[in-house]
Design a protein around this ligand. Structure first.
Ligand SMILES: [Zn+2]
Ligand SMILES: [Zn+2]
Ligand SMILES: [Zn+2]
Length: 246
């Protein structure tokens, strides 16, 4: 929901620490042949402007929940910068949801003017590795509650695993030897579809990345006091944080 949460006056929502200002989850990866955006959060325009990122060359989706897709219309400008449609890499369920939620962007109706709607194409992905923008992408199957599957992504020795509360055994093998693991940790109390902080710490202990950054963090967790309590090598991520791709 983002922090501050609308209508909430708790200490974290009222905090003046910029690390406690959290937009909806997304990440961008600078690859040899361009910028790969992971998810199009409802805060996408603000995030790209804030970080000074002028162009996106491809988008890859973890899953189709509202907090990960509803910034899609902000991709409208990139057709002009690229000179072609912007490719969206996703699974079938994500494509169905995007086509339904943004029907105007995928209709056959003649446009009144260039750029009236986003110009996007779909590229289907699975759990197989593939090449994109000069890098190898390893999708990682994750469970997000009892009935929902999402993808995490490993690029080099960095993995991004948000919106999950269970990492299947086969996937854990793909997450060995990491320099950085970005991992879902919503709050202290258990949740039906996200790791709690304690659960996420246990996963990090099991996978043993050199460094773990917890993301998708709610107003339950204050940045400074939570970080002071975490084991070495583990910390809450913050908006705008940059990490080297190794
Ligand atoms: Zn709050
Ligand atoms: Zn989410
Ligand atoms: Zn989700």
């Amino acid at each position: 929901m983002g922090v501050p949460s609308i209508g909430c006056g708790c200490d974290v929502c009222a905090s003046t620490d910029p690390h406690n200002k959290r937009t909806r989850c997304s990440a961008i990866v600078g690859l040899p042949e361009g910028n790969l955006l992971i998810d199009t959060s409802p805060d996408l325009r603000f995030q790209l402007l804030r970080e000074g990122i002028g162009i996106v060359h491809s988008v890859i989706y973890t899953h189709e929940h509202a907090d990960h897709i509803f910034g899609l219309d902000d991709l409208r400008l990139f057709q002009f910068y690229l000179g072609h449609a912007l490719p969206l890499y996703c699974e079938e369920t994500v494509e169905h949801r995007l086509r339904k939620s943004f029907d105007y962007a995928f209709s056959d109706r003649k446009q009144t003017h260039a750029g009236a709607v986003p110009n996007l194409t779909f590229e289907r992905i699975s759990t197989a590795t593939f090449e994109l923008l000069g890098a190898t992408i390893q999708p990682v199957r994750l469970l997000h509650g009892p009935r929902f599957q999402v993808l995490g992504f490993r690029i080099g020795n960095v993995a991004y695993c948000t919106d999950t509360n269970e990492i299947p055994k086969e996937s854990r093998q793909l997450l060995q030897g990491l320099d950085v693991l970005v991992l879902d940790a919503l709050r202290r109390r258990p949740h039906a579809t996200h790791f709690s902080l304690q659960e996420a710490v246990e996963v990090a202990r099991l996978l043993q990345p050199k460094r773990t950054l917890f993301t998708h963090v709610s107003h339950d967790l204050d940045y400074a006091t939570t970080n002071a309590s975490l084991p070495p090598g583990m910390e809450l991520a913050f908006d705008g944080q940059r990490i080297p791709l190794t």
